[in-house]
Design a protein around this ligand. Structure first.
Ligand code: CS2
Length: 483
């Protein structure tokens, strides 16, 4: 163990010499624990080849800390039996956008910037979740259309800076979404084009002709870190770091090969997989991993399990997961060529069982209205179309409905973090029985696509499962479903 009295704060030995060439929008733990590792490796091959400006659009705290640490932070790899700290230094500058939006717009318009990456979470794209289209009625989008010099959203920063680039005769930067959305490149480019069209048709045409928005699939489990974790981890490093991250050993980044055009570094050299089409990877990962994550989050939380590890340590959840994967999820996905799905599922379970990753069910449960369509509802639609079972998937939807009441099954209240929280509370206040609750929720057309709202099998299965959960509790309902 390292004695704390001799410690100094993390700082750079030599400053970042050249100006930044990557701007990352939505800096948080995930990007630092994931993408920064790949960039670290690129810099180990060729010094200073990636120089990132990390931007937070909403909260200043991390940015302030990182600025004091010259962009440096420690990434702790937590395996089932080992802890490996590594200081990462590819972030050269940390910026809080509201401090100086014009500075950020200029940075994005700079000729040295060739790549913009995003982890802004599902809701950061301001989409209608059921259709994946930019929501022109969103408050932030309305605000941003009126404030070209000081916007709030990532979409607007991208569009206004591309406008500057077009007017200056520069090429657009390549833009990679690293969020868990299907066809995230297409979703991002559609949102950007729709916003641009509302500003200037010529700009929209220019982006559509020259813009590059490769889709990508990102995979690494990165739990949020608490102050207690920071204290605990500080014993394992020789410096003071107030912005460490923790992550599992596993990591996979698959990007559409179009990414190669325009950027000056070779991502394949450091283990990024470049493929002509990412969709199969995305769908597999979103449904198998994120889908079961959300399942464990709602069902697990309601049944009193605080972490994914705690939940999967219960035999009933282990059986539930295996059946959910094999009977209701895997038949709905086409694996990428040469991909072993059974090994993938086995590995996934092993990752969930890592006792050193304290991944809170409450963290994953956040923003369900934005996550459910691509994680669970799309699978239900496919299963209904092919006459497959949907009962276990309905267990997840029913648990989500109960979760959004803000009360667990022991009567404890908790905050529901979701853009639609108020709506959910109203529905629960008004509708007390399962039939009315299901009716009320199915009217939410921004979450439930028409194909589900009108489907009797879905409605009745969901209702039956919800009744079972309300009367017998989560575990009893699962056991019933698994008989
Ligand atoms: C999780 C993801 O918080 C969540 O919603 O499902 O962050 C998940 O851990 C990552 O996508 C794993 O790659």
């Amino acid at each position: 163990m390292i004695k704390s009295n001799s410690k100094i704060a993390l700082s750079r030995v030599s400053p970042c010499e050249k100006s930044v060439n990557v701007v990352h929008l939505g800096l948080g733990a995930f990007y630092r624990a994931f993408a920064c590792h790949y960039f670290q490796k690129l810099n180990a091959i060729k010094k200073n080849s990636v120089r990132i400006m990390g931007v937070s659009l909403r909260t200043p705290d991390l940015i302030r800390v990182l600025a004091r640490q010259d962009g440096l932070f420690t990434a702790f790899e937590k395996g089932p039996s080992q802890l490996r700290p590594q200081v990462l230094d590819s972030i050269c500058e940390a910026v809080f956008a509201p401090d100086s939006p014009s500075y950020l717009l200029e940075a994005l318009a700079s000729p040295t910037v060739s790549l913009v990456t995003l982890t802004i979470t599902e809701k950061g794209y301001c989409l209608v979740p059921s259709s994946g289209e930019l929501d022109l009625t969103s408050e932030d989008i309305i605000y941003d259309l009126e404030h070209p010099k000081a916007p709030r959203t990532a979409i607007a920063f991208i569009v206004y800076s591309l406008n500057l680039r077009m007017n200056r005769g520069l090429r657009p930067f390549t833009c990679i979404s690293c969020d868990n959305l299907p066809s995230n490149g297409v979703v991002l480019s559609n949102a950007v084009l729709k916003f641009a069209k509302n500003i200037d048709e010529g700009l929209c045409n220019w982006i559509s002709e020259f813009g590059i928005f490769p889709s990508s699939m990102v995979d690494r489990i990165v739990p949020a870190i608490s102050h207690d974790d920071i204290d605990y981890l500080s014993d394992f490093i020789p410096h003071i770091d107030l912005a460490p991250v923790v992550h599992e050993p596993y990591s996979l980044w698959v990007i559409e090969s179009a990414v190669e055009t325009n950027i000056e570094f070779n991502l394949q050299e450091v283990g990024v997989k470049l493929v002509p089409n990412v969709e199969d990877f995305e769908r597999l990962k979103l449904r198998c991993l994120n889908g079961t994550h959300s399942a464990l989050a709602y069902l697990g939380y309601l049944a009193g399990f605080k972490t994914i590890f705690e939940a999967v340590s219960q035999p009933v959840f282990e059986t539930f997961l295996n059946k959910l994967w094999n009977n209701e999820i895997l038949p709905s996905v086409i694996p990428p060529p040469d991909f072993e799905t059974s090994a993938y599922i086995e590995k996934l379970f092993e990752r969930y069982k890592n006792p050193n990753i304290r991944h809170l069910t409450k963290q994953i449960a956040m923003d369900g209205s934005q996550k459910l369509p691509q994680r669970i509802l799309g699978t239900i639609i496919d299963n209904l179309n092919s006459d497959r079972n949907i009962e276990l998937l309905c267990e997840v939807v029913a648990a989500w409905i109960r979760y959004t009441s803000g009360k667990d099954e022991f009567g404890n209240n908790f905050d529901v973090i979701d853009p639609k929280t108020q709506k959910f509370y109203e529905l629960h206040k008004k509708e007390k029985n399962a039939t009315h609750l299901v009716e009320g929720y199915l009217l939410l057309d921004d979450i439930f696509p028409l194909a589900l709202r009108r489907n009797d099998i879905f409605r009745t299965t969901l209702e039956e499962v919800l009744v079972r959960q309300i009367h017998g509790g989560t575990l009893k309902s699962l056991k019933e479903a698994l008989k």
